[in-house]
Design a protein around this ligand. Structure first.
Ligand code: ATP
Ligand code: MG
Length: 173
């Protein structure tokens, strides 16, 4: 089964320097005190998967993604996030870089346009909202969802919506 093998944050948000976060298959919980960077890890994951919306990344400008320095470390001028995936031993990687000159995306080491991420994500079954993020503050909304909305979201999450779409398309013909 597909799982995240490693997320490497380099001068991303509060993560000054290079931080390799290894993950195991199955369920992962990230715990830590307030402000310690838990949500920033998920922002890194969203960003490397192609998210560019400032609100969803909890920033006001793109440069807020770059480590701004802390007591012991000086600020950085560029940031880099790498996501290593493993699907039954098959490996894939995404890397996204940002500096003053702009952003760059690499798929399995080759430079790509951000639009080309779609193909990689389809290949790795990460397209659409299948990699579902329920952000901090969205839990309440998720809990209060009407049953039908919740069902649609779960269908999307498990990939069942594809069959509904195919059926609807077939009925249209
Ligand atoms: P909570 O438990 O309250 O949700 P959290 O562990 O999710 O906390 P984050 O939101 O991930 O915490 O981290 C917030 C911290 O990250 C803040 O202290 C903020 O100053 C810091 N931070 C965000 N962007 C940067 C940046 N570019 N450079 C340095 N620090 C940053
Ligand atoms: Mg948080």
């Amino acid at each position: 089964a597909l799982f995240i093998e490693r997320l490497t944050l380099k001068n991303f948000k509060s993560f000054g320097g290079t931080h390799e976060l290894p993950f195991a298959p199955g369920f992962t919980a990230i715990v830590g005190p307030n402000g310690s960077g838990k949500s920033n890890i998920l922002d890194g994951l969203r960003w490397v998967l192609g998210e560019s919306g400032a609100a969803r990344l909890r920033i006001t400008r793109q440069s807020d993604l770059i480590f701004q320095g802390s007591a012991g470390l000086s600020e950085a001028s560029e940031t880099d996030v790498t996501l290593d995936l493993n699907d039954g031993g098959a490996r894939g990687s995404l890397r996204r870089h940002l500096d003053a000159a702009g952003g760059t995306v690499y798929v399995n080491g080759a430079r790509m346009r951000i639009q080309d991420l779609t193909q990689f994500k389809q290949q790795w079954r990460l397209e659409g909202d299948r990699s579902a993020f329920i952000g901090q503050g969205e839990v309440g909304a998720a809990v209060l969802q009407k049953p039908f909305q919740r069902r649609l979201q779960l269908e999307e999450l498990f990939g069942i919506d594809l069959y509904r779409k195919k059926r609807d398309a077939a009925l249209d013909e």
